[in-house]
Design a binder for this molecule. Structure first.
Ligand code: SF4
Length: 235
């Protein structure tokens, strides 16, 4: 019987964002928008950061696995108890599934997530001396870890910019800002990477996510108060 798992590979189509007639056509036009977006959003959100609470790479990995189909706020409510009981890979690998399920129940898909957490921890113990690996190739072999989660870990725990984290906000804003017409998260990531300096990729995700949560709402974007409205082709 096939077991259910929650795997955030980032292959979901983006939320609908209407393609605009003023969409930039050339790479130079897109780069000009990208430069302004990075500059202005950095000034608007100087504290932009990963909103999943964590103290180390292991905790961030657990929190990111739990964040699939769940808000960061909700994840942050359950992780203190999880990390208190299972502070490292050795402890979590030896956990009883029902105990982990009880702690992560409110994050949704809790059986699959508990199973992924325990299996992931077991892999860290068996293959990585209990440590979180530092490459995408190794990370995506772990249970519950897709490219998006791997990028979150590398960018935020290790300051390694291997790619751009493309979540639902990044998908939506990339399209609204005319940086890509792609709907697939992997293709959006490939479109964004050449437009932004590599050392900004982790920060870029935070900036777009913060702007998406605060101003460029999925249903009702507040364009009148948006700091990049003069370069946004959706206005
Ligand atoms: S101008 Fe409107 S659509 Fe464009 S990024 Fe700002 S809020 Fe979003």
């Amino acid at each position: 019987m096939k077991r259910s798992t929650v795997k955030s590979r980032g292959e979901k189509p983006s939320q609908k964002a209407p393609l605009v007639t003023r969409s930039p056509r050339t790479v130079a036009q897109k780069r000009a928008i990208a430069d302004r977006v990075l500059h202005d959003l950095q000034r608007e959100y100087p504290d932009a950061h990963c909103e999943l609470d964590h103290n180390n790479a292991f905790e961030l990995l657990c929190a990111t696995i739990l964040s699939a189909q769940c808000t960061d706020v909700r994840v942050n409510m359950v992780t203190p108890a999880l990390f208190a009981k299972y502070p490292d890979a050795n402890a979590l690998a030896a956990a009883r599934p029902e105990d982990v399920e009880e702690i992560v129940r409110t994050t949704g898909f809790f059986r699959a997530k508990a199973k992924n957490l325990i299996t992931m921890a077991g892999s860290l113990v068996d293959h990585h001396q209990g440590e979180v690996p530092r490459t995408i190739a190794e990370l995506i072999k772990l249970a519950g870890v897709g490219r998006k989660t791997a990028n979150v870990i590398l960018g935020n725990a290790f300051d390694i910019n291997e790619g751009v984290v493309v979540d639902t906000h990044v998908q939506r804003l990339s399209r609204r800002l005319g940086l890509t017409r792609e709907a697939d998260a992997i293709r959006i990531e490939q479109a964004l990477m050449p437009l932004f300096p590599r050392d900004s990729w982790a920060l870029l995700s935070h900036l777009l996510i913060w702007h998406g949560r605060r101003v460029c709402d999925a249903r009702k974007p507040r364009c009148a108060e948006c700091v990049v409205r003069d370069v946004c082709p959706s206005v």
